[in-house]
Write a protein that binds this ligand. Sequence first.
Ligand SMILES: NC(=[NH2+])NCCC[C@H](N)C(=O)O
Length: 408
Amino acid sequence: MGEFGVSSEVGTLRGVLLHRPGAELSRLTEANRDRLLFDVVPSLSEMRAEHDAFAQVLRERGVEVLLLGDLLPQAIEHSGAARIQGISAAVSDRRLGPPLAAEVSAYLRGLAPADLARVLIEGLAFDELPGEIGTSATSLVRFMHAETDFVIDPLPNLMFTRDSSFWVGDRFAITRLAFAARSRETSLTDIVFAHHPLFLGTRRAYESRTAPVEGGDVVLLAPGVVAVGVGERTTPAGVEALARSLFRDELAHTVLAVGIAQSRAYMHLGTMATMVDTDAMVMNPQMRCAPTFTVSRVAGGGPDDLTVTGPTEFADVASRAMGLARLRVIDTALDAGAGDLPVYGADGSNTLAVSPGVVIAYAHATETNRRLRDVGIEVLEIAGGELATGRGGPRCLACPVSRAAIPA
Ligand SMILES: NC(=[NH2+])NCCC[C@H](N)C(=O)O
């Protein structure tokens, strides 16, 4: 696929990390789906068929598709540290109590890499624990847990690989996810990028990881110019930490912090606005004037000194920061066909570019897709009725690891 590295949202895509939906989604029930961030309980078989078709479109366009479910066991096989890291992120003393936690950890240490990877992704229910674990009288948890409790929570949102990591320049960034239901996902993307031999020698961006930053909020507008949504997920402190880190590593010179509503319907900047060409964005109309602060480095200051200006309207400041005479903005439509998802839940703005002016989009975003075609964007449609039940479109479902540089 060529070199790893990503400096835009539209440069010709050469490689992506996807996660094929698996049994972790069969864990969703009416009782837990809200907590696990799904609007309805999906059909796994249909969802997998849709996801396979998505991967196929990518492959047909010459994109190498890496699957997390393949890379994770390979990384664990390769590195003892990866194994320990996966186990310690999954087993919580606080939740299981020390005696049971110790027994579960010992059990996981003994599993073959493929089995351990499966547990780390799909979770572990109490009734799946081998009979001999925790049966001594030392664990109250073993006796009193609720029927529906998990020893290790499943990760049904892992397929949204853009949230738990992203690449900027020639480095990978492991994020910090805002909600408890997703926070462990980053331990798995970290294992893959830090320990899989494929990525040997690649470096890490954004080490701090204290305040939440989700990859879905990070939009690489142009080389050196990074927009980050601040809303339900990414916090202002997260953007500050990310900006400092990107400036220090010279991976960006301008960070735009874009205020989006604190609501599930808005979720991520990438859900509301995405690049579809080097000079064009598809955008929820409300985003044009979203209050945006520009964060840059103080001239002559230390690497950690930031200067903040604004607020200014998102579309204007983005266009200027990208050095464009004019940014073409295509408004997302209120698409029908999204069932009872809220108006922009059709994920029409959540397109994934495979090259400048060529994007993958959900077929159900009919009107938005028509508008994109009207201005000359090629739209490759995929079925997403089941994939969209967790909310999130093609862009969230893929973490680009290699894109060609966009021609200057
Ligand atoms: N980048 C995105 N918009 N990702 C979609 C994530 C969807 C997931 N169910 C969540 O609520 O977190």
